[in-house]
Write a protein that binds this ligand. Sequence first.
Ligand SMILES: [Ca+2]
Length: 396
Amino acid sequence: MIHKVRFKTLFWYFNFKKRFNHFYINFTANSNFYFEMKPVTFSLILVFSIFITFFSCSNSSDRSRKPVSTIEILPSKNNYVFGENVSVNVKTKVRDGEIETIKLYFNNQLIQESKELDFTANNIKLNKLGLQSGNFTVEAVKTDGLKNSRSLLIDITISDQTPEKFTYKIVNTFPHSKKHYTQGLEFYNNVLYEGTGEYGTSGIFKIKLETGNIEQSKMLVDKYFGEGITILNDKLYQLTYKTKKAFVYRLSDFAVIDSFQFHSAEGWGLTNDGTNLIMSDGTHVLTWLNPNNYSIVKTIQVANNKGIINNLNELEYINGIIYSNVYTTDLIITIDPETGKVLSEINLAGIINMYKNQNNPIDYLNGIAYIKKSNRLFITGKYWPKIFEINLVPLK
Ligand SMILES: [Ca+2]
């Protein structure tokens, strides 16, 4: 290695030609391509390249003494099912010295430790759902302390559960503003609140359900596109679409009392579980945020028995389960907040059909709200003229 690089450096050195007051360096013997540089620059590069040569050679000799492991997962495939059992073969090569220990981890949890260079760990349960959600790491350590690790990421994108299917029965209809591009819908102390979007028409509203009358409102300045809202401990939280900014309002008078930057690329839906905020961002990921310091508490990835579900939009946390609109579809899905598994699919196809006409520029279904005290479920959509109170009907 050292000889090879030294030869290259010499070759490089003897190919420069002096012309006028500059040096021209010809990288290959028959090349017509010349670099022009001053002698001092050339000297600096020469010194630097010699330094790099020795530095990399001393590192690579260390590298060649490190143990090298390979990991093979069985069965080998692109997508795994939540809860599936797999085996993992570990093979390690050691050029010199002796192995002290080889440890195999799955998502940072120690699965097996061995002194054998080749071993198999059986019956490993894949219990995290989402893209690249399984991370096998093998760490091999020699008795001289030199160690090396190797990781293998796998996608566990398929839920082991078939979602229950539901349709709906309309119990009541209430008026809804045809000007509201609905992004968030929620009851708090039995009062309805709505957040709307689009540039110039984004705002938050306190609404009388029965009449649709707006009792209190606050608009965002035109540069913000409003997204999901939720209310926790008398504070209303509102996401914005692409500005990564969220606003916090005092519920009583909608005064802005705080704002924060969130990490997701986009803000979509928002709800809370009584402790943390839960947001969607247009992907298959839901993120829990601490409402006091806005740090990420956890994330889950949502999938059904066919794969991940993207475009999760308006949310509602109902009795320990997350309800989510799937944007541009007639579906609301319910999600296990621990695993991300889709538990059921509610198909609302046709619910707005009788209100579709030239006067109603109806957009997509988006808006889920729930009154816990009386167990009442409400849905609406962007520019829909109605809010529907519905009961869920299982499909047999
Ligand atoms: Ca909601």
